[in-house]
Write a protein that binds this ligand. Structure first.
Ligand code: KG4
Ligand code: ZN
Length: 344
């Protein structure tokens, strides 16, 4: 069985062709980073229009790379929740049209479950039941995942997502968008102990939640001076930027790893699956490895290209197909809550 999966939840237009044995025959990702750079975050309307331009060429390229034609496909899958409404609609309309033309089943993908499933695709082995940690630009959440398509939320951010905090702090430091990779790069030259930054909720063992907005404000004061909000005129040396980046990154990683360890302790789960763009962060990966080895828990974490948005993780659709869960052509999108530039 061969599946074409589409992804357009946020600012990546992606298509992948994957077999039931989780062999990836093609994976194409068209990023929109350049379009959103000037805004320091994703602008929903620009994202939707860019998906419209890129979706068909991306699908074409995936078919060419896999040396397949539409008629060779056995199913069409598309991420329908959560995401930006206008972006989701473009992917869904493309998928519906292909399903109609080919007469093949249409499968709806939950983008968050797909981020966790990326670990199963990467390792080509079953990773369930597991504790799922999703850390992206729009989400920072812990889930109890008995199977690939069942998940129970255990906790999550009460304000900003971790990736959003990376993007915002990078913009304050004059680093490029997306902020995660640029902060990680600057942090390599900095001292993570240079500044004492808050780790909100980390010592509150009664909950499995995160909060990053206070950390963001603390960095703002660090740059502008106590109580001041305007930092646009501040000129930091590269060494000062590196120290702030390293101290910020360490504070985020402490919170993520600390709460995940608490969730492992509470649930007794023996496998941890981590997905989402922030899971591409090298320091975070090292700290997760150290914590899971100490606890003798199996860590499943995909290579960075499968942590950030991609369509390969849409292979989760096979799980639904096996359970006979195809969709009718009146399927709609469920945007839910995600970040966008105007909410920053
Ligand atoms: O999963 P993703 O590609 O898209 C969403 O669904 O949001 O995640 C994007 C987020 C951005 O906030 C980006 O700054 C962050 O992932 N990110 C990173 C790294 N690479 C991407 N954060 C920290 N370190 C990285 N190396
Ligand atoms: Zn994502």
């Amino acid at each position: 069985m061969k599946l074409l999966a589409l992804e357009s939840t946020c600012d990546e237009t992606a298509a992948a062709i994957v077999t039931e044995d989780l062999d990836v025959l093609a994976s194409v990702v068209a990023s929109q980073e350049d379009l959103h750079q000037a805004f320091g975050g994703v602008v929903p309307e620009i994202a939707a229009r860019a998906h419209l331009e890129r979706m068909l060429p991306v699908i074409d390229q995936a078919l060419q790379r896999a040396e397949l034609r539409l008629a060779d496909l056995d199913a069409i899958a598309v991420a329908t929740t959560p995401g930006l409404a206008g972006s989701l609609v473009v992917g869904l309309m493309a998928a519906k049209t292909l399903a109609l033309i080919t007469g093949k089943p249409l499968v709806a993908i939950n983008h968050l479950q797909a981020h966790i499933y990326a670990c199963q695709v990467a390792g080509k082995r079953s990773v369930f039941p597991c504790l799922g940690l999703i850390v992206s630009g729009g989400h920072t959440s812990l889930y109890n995942c008995p199977t690939a398509v069942d998940f129970e939320p255990l906790g999550g951010t009460i304000d900003d997502a971790a990736g959003e905090a990376f993007d915002k702090v990078a913009s304050m430091l004059g680093l490029s968008y997306p902020g995660g990779p640029s902060i990680a790069e600057a942090a390599q030259r900095g001292d993570p102990r240079a500044h004492r930054l808050p780790r909100a909720l980390l010592n509150d063992s009664s909950r499995l939640d995160f909060s990053f907005s206070g950390l963001k404000t603390a960095v703002r004061y660090l740059i502008a001076g106590p109580g001041k909000v305007d930092f646009t005129e501040c000129r930091l040396s590269p060494a000062a930027v590196a120290d702030i980046a390293a101290s910020f990154q360490e504070a985020v990683v402490d919170c993520l790893v600390g709460k995940t360890e608490l969730a492992l302790e509470r649930t007794g789960l023996q496998t941890l699956c981590v997905g989402g763009g922030v899971a591409a962060n090298a320091r975070f990966r090292d700290r997760l490895r150290e914590m899971t080895q100490r606890r003798q828990v199996t860590l499943e974490i995909a290579p960075p290209a499968l942590c950030t948005d991609n369509a390969v993780m849409g292979a989760i659709a096979f799980e639904k197909l096996r359970a006979g869960q195809a969709e009718a052509l009146d399927l709609d999108v469920m945007p839910g809550l995600v970040r966008h530039a105007s909410s920053r």
